[in-house]
Design a protein around this ligand. Structure first.
Ligand SMILES: [Zn+2]
Length: 347
C-alpha cells in the first residue's frame, strides 16, 4: 500500500501493540537478527534502539534484511495485491461475481478471502459491489439525459429494481437531484445539546443538514434554490431523535437522510455509516472502501464535507497512525462523541 510511512513513534507504538490494522503500512527490521517483520508479528519485541522501519519488503531487503519466517511479512503485500485485483475485477464485471469465483480468480479460499477483503476495505466484496453500483448510478444521473436511461446504464434490469434498492442509498431521489434541489422546502430548527447549539434541517424526504454553530442564513446560502422555513412537520419527530443521537451516538443510525455530494463523497459517507459504533477507520481505509484506494486525502476532505454531523459519523474517521485527524466542529466535540461510543484513543 502506497501510503507514506507513519512517524517513527507511531510505527513503534503499533509494533509494540502488535496492531494488525497497521500490517501493510510499514515493516519493522531488527538489526541484531537481520530479519524484518510485519507490525503484528507475535515474536518477542526487541529494544527500540535495534529496529528500523521500512515502507515495504523491497526496501528492507535492499538494506540487507530477510523476511521473518514466523509472520511472513511479504504475504501482506500479496494480500493487498489480491484485494486490489479483486476490486478491479468487481469494477470491470458486467454481472455480479460470486464470492467463490472472485476468490478463485485471485487464488484464495472464499471464506479466508472474504475476511481479508473486509479487513482491508471495511466491507465484504458483495457490499463493495453494491456500493460501486450505487455510485455508478449517481455518476450516470449527472450525465444521462433521462433518469430511466441512467438506471439501465448502471446495470439494473429495470427501473423498479433500482427503486427497490434506492432506500439503501444516501441522497435525494433521482428527479430531485437532477433539479438541483429546486422546488424543495427545507424546515429547520436549532436544538440545544450537551455539545452546543445544533442546526437541524430536513426536507420531506429526510435530514439535509445537521451542523453545530450554524444559523438560518448559512442554511439558506447552502440551499439557494430551496424554500427555507422555520419548523415544519418533518422536523417534529426527527429533531428529537437527532438530539438523542448526539447524547447517545450510535443510536438512530438509520434516520432518513436527504443529502447530495459527488459520487466519491457519497461513497465515503456510506462507508462512514457502515462503521459500527465504537470502531474507527483510517482515511486510507475509507478511500479503499469508496473504491479509490489512492484518494486518501480526498477521503479526508469528503469527511470534512459531511453535511449531516453525527448521522454520517465522520467522527469515526481518523489518521492512519490512530490519531484523531480533524473535525469540522472542533476536536473537543470529536473526542466526546468517540468516547461516548467507547472508542479507546491511542495516546
Ligand atoms: Zn515476524
Amino acid at each position: 500500500m502506497t501510503d507514506v510511512l507513519p512517524s517513527e513513534d507511531a510505527c513503534w507504538a503499533a509494533f509494540e501493540a502488535r496492531d494488525r490494522a497497521q500490517d501493510g503500512r510499514f515493516l519493522v527490521a531488527v538489526i541484531t537478527t537481520r530479519i524484518y517483520c510485519k507490525p503484528s508479528c507475535p515474536a518477542r519485541r526487541p529494544r527500540r534502539a535495534h529496529v528500523r522501519f521500512y515502507a515495504d519488503g523491497a526496501a528492507a531487503a535492499a538494506a540487507g534484511f530477510r523476511p521473518c519466517l514466523r509472520c511472513r511479512p511479504d504475504e501482506v503485500a500479496r494480500d493487498a495485491a489480491a484485494v486490489a485485483r479483486a476490486a478491479a475485477l468487481i469494477a470491470a464485471a458486467e454481472e455480479p461475481i460470486g464470492l467463490e469465483a472472485l476468490a478463485a480468480a485471485v487464488g484464495y479460499a472464499p471464506h479466508h478471502f472474504n475476511r481479508l477483503f473486509k479487513r482491508a476495505t471495511g466491507v465484504t466484496p458483495a457490499a463493495y459491489a453494491r456500493g460501486l453500483r450505487a455510485r455508478r448510478m449517481a455518476a450516470a444521473l449527472e450525465e444521462e439525459a433521462s433518469v430511466t436511461q441512467a438506471i439501465y446504464a448502471a446495470g439494473y434490469g429495470a427501473p423498479s429494481r433500482f427503486y427497490e434498492q434506492a432506500d439503501a442509498r444516501l441522497g435525494m431521489t433521482p428527479s430531485a437531484w437532477r433539479a438541483g434541489g429546486a422546488g424543495v422546502t427545507i424546515g429547520w430548527t436549532i436544538a440545544a445539546t450537551s455539545l452546543g447549539p445544533l442546526l437541524i434541517a430536513a426536507t420531506e424526504k429526510g435530514l439535509c443538514r445537521v451542523a453545530f454553530d450554524e444559523d438560518e442564513a448559512a442554511l439558506a446560502r447552502r440551499f439557494p434554490a430551496a424554500e427555507v422555513v422555520p419548523g415544519g412537520d418533518p422536523l417534529a419527530t426527527l429533531a428529537g431523535q437527532v438530539v438523542d443521537a448526539v447524547e447517545r451516538p450510535g443510536r438512530h443510525a438509520n434516520l432518513p437522510l436527504d443529502v447530495q455530494g459527488t459520487a466519491f463523497q457519497e461513497a465515503v459517507w456510506q462507508a462512514l455509516r457502515a462503521i459500527p459504533p465504537g470502531e474507527t477507520r483510517s482515511y486510507a481505509q475509507l478511500a479503499a472502501m469508496a473504491g479509490a484506494p489512492a484518494a486518501v486525502r480526498a477521503a479526508g476532505t469528503a469527511c470534512g464535507a459531511n453535511p449531516v454531523a453525527i448521522l454520517v459519523p465522520c467522527h469515526r474517521a481518523q489518521r492512519g497512525d490512530g490519531s484523531m485527524g480533524g473535525y469540522a466542529y472542533g476536536l473537543d466535540r470529536k473526542r466526546v462523541l468517540r468516547a461516548r461510543e467507547g472508542v479507546r484513543e491511542r495516546k
